[in-house]
Design a protein around this ligand. Structure first.
Ligand SMILES: Cc1cc2nc3c(=O)[nH]c(=O)nc-3n(C[C@H](O)[C@H](O)[C@H](O)COP(=O)(O)O)c2cc1C
Length: 400
């Protein structure tokens, strides 16, 4: 992920020794809340619909560079999460054996799964064992980006910005598309809830839908919403296409495997309504300054935050690895065959909640540093204070 200020590179195969990330562009002096990062990693693993792999992994991040005495140094951060499952896959994934080991031969994938990168990736890179594709295309990579996002959340929290997500729908069941979810309701959700939804009845119905899909050898997709509060007006920019915050959020969220659409505010419904039903009228009072009585735009106008809560939704397709096998062909003979099946989740909508939060936090932290950037946290604070003063938002007793 290349932002204007924070660059993130990741590497790691799903069954390799570890996942790693290098994060460049973070200022010095930022406290790193390791427990907060570990908690988000645990949240990625607990959801209803997760398969056996998550019972093996106990993701824990280690910082190998960029932190001293609990604070960032301003130099690149290096993060690592070990794959516990590596112990069982060493022969399959052996980096140095002169030729494929018997274990690797046994685990060869030659029947590409529809809906995965298997076939297109194999053609692109010339792989005759599609394991070389699926190991990296796997959403296991999102673990390390969840850790990076949690780091960004910690940075944003210093300025009163908070990002939370929840499940709106699974398999067509859940909250109606026009139901607004308030921030207070999100705060009441247990972060470790195996299906975080603000409506208890909808939650139960979604759990039952996942269980039924599991029994039927099926998979389900759904809709996740992430909301960020405390976001000041002015992050992102209308001045150039690639600085638009809506575009940056869409790109980041679309990079989550299985996400097929991203919505800002009421974006999808708005396409069917007329202008007066969609736009948020502007009011002013000396006490409140500029304000709106609605937030259908989801806190973004012209690619710039407008001070209202930021609201984005992601739409995930049902997972592509099914016990109820789909039809495919052998890449060796072209003969029809059932698609390969590898231990798989039934539904990845719940883990997508914390992943979406992480990516929203990364985009916001990047935009924050683009606007208020400095080499040390104190420089960022000073720039933010000066900006709030210019907008008339800062009282003398009110340090961020
Ligand atoms: C947290 C998470 C877990 C996932 N687990 C699985 C899985 O167990 N089985 C599966 O077929 N797809 C899984 N996926 C989705 C695939 O990784 C994804 O559909 C695939 O890489 C193809 O990418 P695309 O759907 O974006 O085109 C998961 C996605 C996420 C976000």
């Amino acid at each position: 992920m290349t932002g204007f200020r924070i660059r993130v590179l990741t590497a790691g195969e799903s069954h390799g020794p570890a996942l790693v990330a290098v994060v460049e562009g973070f200022p010095a002096g930022v406290p790193v809340d390791l427990e907060r990062i570990q908690q988000d990693l645990r949240r990625r693993q607990v959801g209803t619909g997760r398969g056996a792999r998550m019972k093996i992994e106990r993701d824990e991040v280690r910082f190998l560079a960029g932190v001293r005495f609990g604070r960032t140094l301003g130099s690149p951060l290096a993060l690592l999460i070990e794959n516990r499952d590596w112990a069982n896959w060493q022969e399959v994934m052996d980096p140095w054996a002169a030729e494929p080991t018997p274990a690797a031969q046994k685990r060869r994938v030659i029947h590409p799964r529809p809906g995965h990168a298997d076939l297109a990736g194999g053609l692109k890179f010339g792989h005759t064992d599609l394991r070389n594709v699926l190991e990296r295309a796997s959403a296991r990579e999102t673990a390390i980006r969840t850790a990076v996002g949690a780091l960004c959340k910690g940075f944003l929290a210093l300025f009163g910005v908070d990002v939370r997500g929840h499940v709106r729908r699974i398999g067509g069941i859940g909250l109606p598309p026009d139901q607004t979810v308030e921030w207070d309701a999100l705060q009441e959700l247990d972060p470790m809830d195996p299906l975080p939804c603000v409506d208890a009845q909808a939650r139960q119905a979604m759990i039952e839908a996942i269980e039924a899909a599991q029994r039927a050898g099926e998979t389900l997709g759904g809709v996740v919403e992430a909301i960020a509060v405390g976001v000041p007006p002015g992050l992102g920019s209308y001045t150039h296409w690639d600085r638009r915050l809506d575009a940056r959020l869409a790109a980041a969220l679309m990079s989550i495997p299985s996400v097929k659409a991203v919505e800002v505010g009421d974006g999808i419904r708005a396409a069917d309504l007329s202008g007066s039903q969609v736009h948020d009228e502007i009011f002013y009072s000396p006490e409140r300054g500029f304000y709106r009585t609605t937030n259908r735009a989801g806190g973004l106008e012209g690619g710039v935050t407008n001070g209202a809560p930021l609201i984005v939704r992601i739409y995930l397709k049902p997972l592509a690895t099914l016990r109820k096998r789909l039809r495919t062909v052998s890449i060796e003979t072209g003969e029809p065959h059932e698609a390969a099946f590898e231990r798989s989740d039934v539904c990845a909508v719940v883990p997508a909640v914390v992943i979406a939060e992480a990516l929203v936090a990364w985009v916001l932290a990047d935009a924050w540093l683009e606007k208020f950037g400095g080499d040390h946290l104190d420089d960022v604070r000073a720039a933010y204070e000066a900006y709030r003063r210019r907008l008339g938002l800062l009282r003398s007793d009110d340090r961020p």
